[in-house]
Write a protein that binds this ligand. Structure first.
Ligand code: NOJ
Length: 556
């Protein structure tokens, strides 16, 4: 089978706002990414996914786009963007950008015209968005349906100028686009063409499974099924794939949270025309506590369910094996930091961060490392609500309080589970603001930066950063992207074990996700292997210390 460049790529996600500020305004910028390309290359990264860089009022940190053709002044200029492309390409690196198709900002000229009947272009743009008449009950105006936005409030906002509600499945400043409108689709294709012509190497397609809506607008609560995974969204994606993505040999990483395994190949099978890999997040929340009614759903932290984790990783692997392509990742900017989430950010911080790296990055597929993951950055330590920034945090805080949660309980949930928990500034060194900015950072730097930072770990012989570098190198040397993994003891509540075949060697990975020691009975044939890498000194054959992980390699 023909190999594609994106199969061998090693991705790193830069959350632009928090990566590196070069101007002193406290906000990360494009020049900051340029400045750090050599750092990334040294780590072993060759493809950088840059989160939205477009002009935006920043209601949702740039996922609310005001002008698709302009770079946000927070992040620099179009020239800076071109410099980033040039500098990356000069180093043999690639740049993948976010592509936000589901919505625009309410300040985007399309919506400005759409919401105002007096606007000269009103007729052209009205139907670019999704409108419904109010309902009336006892003379009182009501929303068309009880649908909830992903950010916790209602999904409809009233627009008095047209006496209608518009749909927004995210914040009210992010009206949803109407993908049934062909003119809108064409306008969006122009946007995509613009960035391809500029030289980007791929896209991460935001919220891709939400493009189609149920136009019967049934009044269900919370109504997610009416705007998630409806069959027609595949048609829109395929149209983009055939016309724009495929002919340009791009890396196209689709975000489709909650995508089912049945759909996997439709999205990212080798015969698919949509994406070449998918982010589905199935393994990202295997630690929720269904009993918690105060901060429910993803906000309820529970024990990591190792069985669920293994099953998810192995199912997606098996479905794609030989038929499609997997991305492998622990998290992104919408999740807690992995070491705080599935590891331990206290006593076993370093050991568990290394374990998580070993457990994931020996698997086949294209890895995506989230900024700061390589040094074991932890969740934020904020004590005050004002320290948080994310639009979602504030609606949810109110919801928790209404559920009866105390301020402390609500704050704990925000620190543990909010999207802000993993968005604090990159910790480059032990100096002012962790070397992120000369000015006041847009959100506070984690107080642990003197202990957890890049400088410190690059200088240490045995650090989390080193493990990442070694693993990424090993992936290349052994072409692990193309290997086949076999999970063992899938129903065992503790043992995390898989075999993987490299170009030169066979490997066996074993990990303990618990904060206590466990006995792992290794399969018989592992006697032909010896420990190649571990995160614990003096490891003993069957006893795995808390968060211990080992890579065994077959002896010749
Ligand atoms: C998914 C993005 O990852 C998230 O950060 C954003 O809020 C929504 N899509 C809306 O664009």
């Amino acid at each position: 089978m023909q190999k594609h460049w994106w199969q061998e790529a090693i991705l790193y996600q830069v959350y632009l706002r928090s990566f590196k500020d070069t101007t002193g305004d406290g906000i990360g910028d494009l020049r900051g990414v340029v400045q750090k390309l050599d750092y990334l290359k040294d780590l072993g990264v060759d493809t950088v996914w840059v989160s939205p860089h477009y002009d935006s009022p920043m209601d949702d940190n740039g996922y609310d786009i005001r002008d698709f053709y302009k770079v946000s002044s927070d992040y620099g200029t179009l020239d800076d963007f071109k410099t980033l492309l040039r500098e990356a390409h000069n180093r043999g690196m690639k740049i993948v950008i976010d592509l936000v198709l589901n919505h625009t900002s309410d300040e985007h000229p399309w919506f400005v015209a759409a919401r105002d009947p007096k606007h000269p272009d009103h007729e052209v743009y009205k139907d670019f968005y999704i409108w419904q008449k109010p309902k009336y009950e006892k003379g009182k105006r009501k929303r068309p349906t009880r649908w909830r936005s992903w950010f916790g409030g209602p999904a409809w906002t009233y627009n008095d100028k047209t006496d209608e509600y518009y749909l927004h499945i995210f914040s009210e400043k992010m009206p949803d686009l109407n993908w049934r409108n062909e003119k809108m689709r064409e306008a969006m294709k122009d946007v995509i063409r613009f960035w391809i012509q500029l030289g980007v190497d791929g896209f991460r397609v935001d919220a891709s499974n939400h493009l189609e809506k149920n136009w019967d607008f049934p009044d269900t609560y919370p109504g997610y099924e009416n705007f998630s995974g409806l069959p027609k969204h595949h048609e829109y994606l395929e149209e983009l794939g055939k016309e724009l993505f495929e002919p340009n040999d791009l890396l196209v990483l689709g975000e489709a949270g909650g995508a089912t395994k049945e759909e996997a190949l439709r999205y990212a099978g080798f015969d698919s025309h949509e994406f070449n890999m998918l982010i589905h997040f199935e393994h990202c929340w295997v630690d929720t506590d269904a009993e918690n009614a105060l901060t429910p759903g993803k906000w309820a932290k529970g024990e990591v369910d190792v069985v669920k984790l293994k099953k998810s990783l192995s199912h997606w692997h098996d479905i794609m094996q030989g038929k499609g392509w997997n991305a492998i990742y622990w998290h992104n900017h919408d999740h807690p930091r992995i070491v705080s989430h599935y590891g331990d950010d206290g006593k076993y911080w370093e050991r568990s961060a290394k374990m998580l790296a070993i457990a994931l990055y020996m698997l086949p597929g294209t890895p995506i490392v989230y900024y700061g993951e390589e040094i074991g950055m932890t969740n934020v330590d904020y004590e005050r609500l004002e320290d948080f920034r994310d639009v979602e945090v504030f609606t949810e805080y109110e919801n928790f309080r209404q559920n009866g949660a105390s301020h402390e309980t609500a704050m704990r949930a925000l620190r543990d589970r909010s999207r802000d928990s993993g968005r604090s500034p990159m910790q480059w060194n032990g100096q002012k603001n962790a070397g992120f900015s000369e000015g006041t950072p847009w959100m506070p730097v984690n107080n642990n930066y003197e202990r957890i930072n890049v400088d410190r770990q690059k200088n240490a012989s045995d650090s989390i950063w080193r493990i990442y570098k070694e693993l990424l190198q090993l992936r290349r040397e052994e072409s692990l992207a193309f290997s086949k993994a076999t999970f063992y003891q899938k129903n065992h509540p503790e043992n995390f074990l898989y075999h993987v075949q490299g170009d030169e060697h066979e490997y066996f990975v074993a990990a303990n996700f618990k904060e206590v020691s466990i006995e792992i009975s290794l399969p018989e044939h592992v006697k032909d292997y010896s420990v190649f890498k571990t995160n614990v000194e003096n490891s003993d054959a069957s006893l795995f210390k808390p968060y211990e992980a080992r890579i065994y390699r077959k002896r010749w």
